[in-house]
Structure formats: C-alpha cells, structure tokens
Unconditional design. Structure first.
Length: 186
C-alpha cells in the first residue's frame, strides 16, 4: 500500500471538512436532510472509493468526538456511499446531469437501506437529525418503528443524496481541466 502524500492528505481533509461543516450547518438549521456526505461523494468520484471512504470515516470520527458520540455507527453507510459514488462514475455520474440525477437517487436508496437497521436497532429510530420529524410523523400515524424508519429514510435519503450529487456535479464542473486530470490519476 502506498503512502498518502501531502496532496492526498489535503484532499481527504477538504472532503472531511465539507462533510462536517455542511452537516453541522444543516443540523443547526434542523433541516429534514443531511448534506453530510458531499465530501465523501466528491472525493470518491474524483479519486476513488478508498479516498471517499477515508473522507467519510474521518468526518464521522470528527463528529463523534465533537458533536454526536453515536454517529460513528454509520461508518458502513459512508463506505457504501463512497463505493457507489466511485463506481457510478463509469456511467457518467457527476459528468452529465442525467447520470448524476440517477446516481444520486441510487446512492440515496442504498444509503437508506444501509442506515435503517442502525437507526432502528441501535438508536431506537432516532438519528438526531431533522429527518427524525418525518420518522415521528410515520410513527404517530400508526406505523411500526421499522416501517416508520424505512419510510422516513426512503423519503429523505434519495432527496438528500440527489441534492448532494447535484452540488458535487456543480463543484466538478467548476474545476479546471488540469486539476481534473491530476485527480483522475489517483
């Protein structure tokens, strides 16, 4: 395994900073989405899934230490997001708008499936995010905890990851070709 150089470390730090700072802002505003995986998707699409997974885990460690001690439980979800973001680039994800929209929705569905058991079994349906209000609405409507969490996640996560993908698409479109060339060699 090769060592991470300063440029690679900077990319990972940038991605983790995106995840943490935007995630904090969204949480502070109590929005019903997360936007806490922008850095993971961005770096995974540019540099590969291992970089994206490293970004996702690094951000979760930071959030675990500074804000929500239980968020590290979603490490597997971060890895799935990185794997999909990197893999979908072969089909035009973040390169053309249609593939970005489809990819964002697919990542959202996978994220919902990966995080539902954690939210339900480990945290009793509470994820400490604005999306908890949606889960509570389903629960109050008479759905079981499992159904409430999965319905909430299936409603929120695809929208969240679509927004994430569109933001990353915009970021990538704004990068100079020389930077894209350097990053694509990772």
């Amino acid at each position: 395994m090769r060592q991470i150089n300063a440029f690679d470390a900077g990319l990972i730090a940038f991605g983790a900073a995106l995840n943490v700072s935007i995630g904090y802002l969204v949480s502070l505003l109590k929005l019903p989405i997360y936007l806490d995986s922008i850095g993971t998707v961005f770096i995974a699409a540019l540099c590969g899934w291992k970089y994206g997974a490293f970004v996702g885990i690094a951000a979760l460690i930071i959030l675990t230490i500074t804000a929500v001690p239980t968020v590290i439980a979603y490490g597997g979800t971060a890895i799935i997001i990185a794997l999909l973001a990197a893999g979908l680039t072969k089909f035009g994800f973040l390169k053309n708008l249609k593939a970005t929209i489809i990819g964002g929705l697919l990542i959202g569905l996978a994220s919902a499936m990966a995080s539902t058991p954690i939210t339900t079994l480990v945290f009793g349906g509470v994820s400490f995010a604005g999306s908890d209000a949606v889960t509570a609405l389903f629960k109050a409507s008479g759905f079981s905890l499992w159904k409430s969490v999965i319905l909430g996640k299936l409603l929120i996560d695809p929208v969240d990851k679509l927004a994430t993908a569109l933001i990353c698409y915009s970021l990538i479109q704004s990068l100079p070709p020389r930077m894209l060339d350097r990053l694509s060699k990772k």
